[in-house]
Ligand binder design. Structure first.
Ligand SMILES: NC(=O)c1ccc[n+]([C@@H]2O[C@H](COP(=O)([O-])OP(=O)(O)OC[C@H]3O[C@@H](n4cnc5c(N)ncnc54)[C@H](OP(=O)(O)O)[C@@H]3O)[C@@H](O)[C@H]2O)c1
Length: 353
């Protein structure tokens, strides 16, 4: 049987053999990746967060959407909570809801508006974590523009708010919590990134948001150059200010992952695509969940299973499938597609030449 196969192969022209080998290798690679994805998503046991990292979790932006869902599910796993968000009434209401469902959970709340001067708020966070075994930090808080806009149309206050909340907030809360984790030699930090910065090559008309979730020079300049192919406008000065300010979520996470793994601290960037939250409703008119768009509860459940493993992951299975298909398309097609979406969301057809 084997010798017949070999004879048959020998009788084929060389180009057929080369093409078949390439096809076989590609099939093998994709089958292996698919099996790995199924294993990671459904079969690999999640880490015991309390035992591995500590008894308490701190979550920013925890009064709605993904952050609130994280809070409920971490309470279900037996962790106490420090909830950080801007609205004291919503914080009280979320903590009562959690306590009604999980009466043993100890909850502290910190009212902190990340869009302003957060020095005093960070001092309160430092006080709140003092003497508490914060094992899991979820840097979830994040904002974008209210509507799609060319960069030069975005009011200074709006882009500054995105930079402050997404970058300064994540960076300073991480520093506040890291000290205790280093002393205890254990901890897990989850930074919530976005597919806007990583899955697609650009996110035109949301340039500062996408850049804030990735590494500035790449995402910001790609998104801006797409927008700018429609207009002539000198924004050199503003771009330089932004480049200096824009740290990253993805790059920040990857570098910290390498820096702190020897301290027993696991840093991870999680990359969601659309999740049916208030943010998705405002930005993309997504009002309900679907096969590709999970509820925040389903998303958080998948996200918690991934804590402590990869340095970067897309926790929700159908998001990974979308990422795979996006990776098959040429960047120019993805760029044009994202630009057309941005323009249609901008809602005005008059392009500001
Ligand atoms: N939803 C998606 O499709 C999607 C996709 C990719 C990435 N993400 C990322 O996931 C994270 C969570 O998004 P989400 O969709 O859950 O958003 P969301 O539904 O808008 O919830 C955001 C949370 O952050 C709080 N918050 C907003 N601005 C704040 C500020 N200045 N100071 C303190 N807290 C503030 C909100 O408080 P209030 O309750 O007071 O509003 C709320 O608790 C973000 O980092 C976002 O970039 C989301």
């Amino acid at each position: 049987m084997l010798s017949t196969c070999i004879q048959h192969l020998k009788s084929q022209p060389l180009w057929i053999l080369i093409l078949s080998s390439l096809g076989f290798l590609s099939l093998y690679k994709h089958t292996f990746s698919l099996l790995k994805l199924v294993f990671i998503t459904f079969l690999r046991p999640p880490k015991n967060l309390k035992e591995n990292y500590g008894s308490c979790a701190l979550i920013t932006g925890s009064t709605d959407g993904i952050g609130k869902a994280f809070a409920f599910q971490l309470a279900q796993k037996g962790l106490n909570l420090i909830l950080v968000s801007r609205n004291s009434q919503k914080l009280r209401s979320v903590s009562s809801e959690i306590q009604a469902q999980y009466p043993h959970t100890k909850i502290k709340v910190v009212v902190l508006d990340f869009s302003g001067d957060i020095t005093e708020g960070i001092r309160v966070v430092e006080e709140a974590v003092e003497g508490v075994e914060v094992g899991v930090l979820v840097n979830n808080v994040g904002v974008s523009y209210p509507t799609a806009r060319f960069f030069h149309e975005v009011e200074e206050e709006v882009w500054r708010r995105v930079v402050r909340v997404n970058l300064e907030g994540t960076t300073r809360v991480t520093r506040a919590v890291l000290k205790g984790m280093i002393e205890r030699k254990r901890g897990a930090i989850v930074n919530v990134g976005s597919g806007a910065a990583i899955v697609v090559p650009s996110h035109p008309l949301y340039a500062v948001y996408a850049a804030s979730k990735a590494y500035a020079p790449l995402s910001l300049s790609l998104s801006l150059s797409l927008s700018l192919s429609f207009i002539t406008w000198n924004m050199k000065e503003k771009t330089n200010t932004l480049k200096a300010n824009t740290l990253y979520v993805d790059q920040f996470s990857r570098s910290l992952h390498v820096e702190y793994k020897h301290f027993g601290i696991h840093v991870q960037c999680q990359v969601p695509l659309y999740v049916s939250t208030k943010m998705a409703s405002k930005l993309a008119s997504i009002e309900k969940s679907s096969f590709f768009i999970p509820t925040p509860e389903n998303y958080a459940q998948a996200a918690i299973r991934r804590i402590g493993y990869e340095a970067r992951c897309t926790p929700y299975m159908t998001h990974s499938i979308q990422w795979f298909f996006a990776s098959l398309l040429p960047e120019s097609i993805l760029d044009s597609w994202r630009l057309s979406i941005g323009l249609s969301r901008r809602g005005k057809i008059d392009i500001p030449y």
